[in-house]
Ligand binder design. Structure first.
Ligand code: MLT
Ligand code: MN
Ligand code: ZN
Length: 309
């Protein structure tokens, strides 16, 4: 199975269009140790010919252009794509806006939780993906389903599960408990190659590593995990936004309550941070934070990173 990080950044990308934080300024000016990143998405294939996208970022058109495997194959006709299916982990803009790039009456299958599919249905701009062309299928929680698209069996299955998190920012209800968050607003995915039984976890948004989640990923061969923030308060300290990580639905990497500590005894063979926000100091290859994450066995995901499982 091939796993390719198309975009390793959180919403906004790196640099973010309107951001003057020290990281964004550094990458914009080409400082060594800083690498630009597009927004959060991963591509997976069992056979190298048909591909499943995990999330569709606003940068999808650019990401497709960067990966020859995702170009239309001449053998499939004048209108074609190796992208046969898309699975969503939430309804956030950085994970769904790229669906609009996949219009043009191209058949593929779209998978998401009932909550996220309902949110798309309520946003009529997504009707441009006409139901007779783009099949929408609910991902059940805790039960693997085989992935098909455009009449192709991808040789992959997805087991979705609820991850601790938050409803999409644009759907928040200020008056409701937990801003109206319900089960299914944030998913983690286990992607399984059916022929080999090999699998990996993709969890780009996660508020905390609770016990059920820790048990689930224990001993995994690969986890791509929420790397949004280094610390709970970095957005506030840098003057970027008045929100903590918890308020945004994202766990921090550092500290006793952070992901690095939570993964320490889980025996995960390969741990890769994705969905890295532009405020995160690990984006500086020379930083002490990068050194600390790597010393703890983590890899910092980058655009174009490819893993063979
Ligand atoms: C997030 O990951 O917190 C969201 O992408 C925020 C947003 O939609 O801007
Ligand atoms: Mn996001
Ligand atoms: Zn920035």
């Amino acid at each position: 199975m091939r796993v390719r990080v198309l975009g390793s950044s959180a919403g906004g990308g790196f640099p973010q269009w309107n951001c003057n934080c020290s990281n964004c300024r550094a990458v914009r000016s080409g400082l060594p140790g800083f690498t630009a990143r597009t927004q959060s998405s991963v591509a997976v294939s069992a056979d190298g010919a048909s591909w499943l996208l995990l999330n569709a970022s606003p940068d999808l058109r650019h990401q497709i252009g960067q990966m020859p495997d995702l170009a239309p194959s001449a053998a499939e006709g004048v209108r074609a794509t190796p992208i046969k299916a898309v699975a969503l982990t939430n309804g956030d803009v950085d994970h769904v806006a790229g669906l609009l790039n996949l219009r043009e009456a191209q058949p593929f299958s779209l998978y998401g939780s009932r909550r996220v599919l309902d949110a798309l249905k309520a946003n009529t701009i997504f009707d441009i993906l006409a139901p007779q062309v783009v099949a929408r299928t609910e991902l059940p929680l805790g039960a693997p389903i085989e992935i098909h698209g455009a009449g192709i069996d991808l040789g992959l299955a997805i087991e979705a599960f609820a991850a601790p998190g938050k409803i999409a920012l644009y759907l928040e209800d200020a008056d409701a408990a937990d801003f109206g968050t319900r089960t299914g607003d944030t998913l983690g995915l286990r992607v399984i190659e059916i022929a080999s039984g090999k699998s990996f976890f993709y969890i780009p948004g996660c508020a905390r590593l609770d016990e059920p989640l820790a048990q689930r990923i224990k001993g995994a061969s690969l986890v791509l995990f929420d790397g949004t923030l280094w610390s709970e308060t970095e957005m506030i300290e840098k003057g970027l936004m008045a929100k903590t990580g918890s308020r945004m639905g994202h766990i921090n990497m550092s500290g006793p309550d952070g992901s690095i500590a939570a993964f320490a005894d889980l025996g995960v063979a390969r741990k890769i941070f994705v969905h890295i926000n532009n405020s995160n100091p690990v984006l500086d290859a020379g930083s002490r934070e990068r050194a600390a994450a790597e010393a703890a066995g983590w890899e910092i995901g980058f655009d174009g990173m490819e893993i063979a499982l």
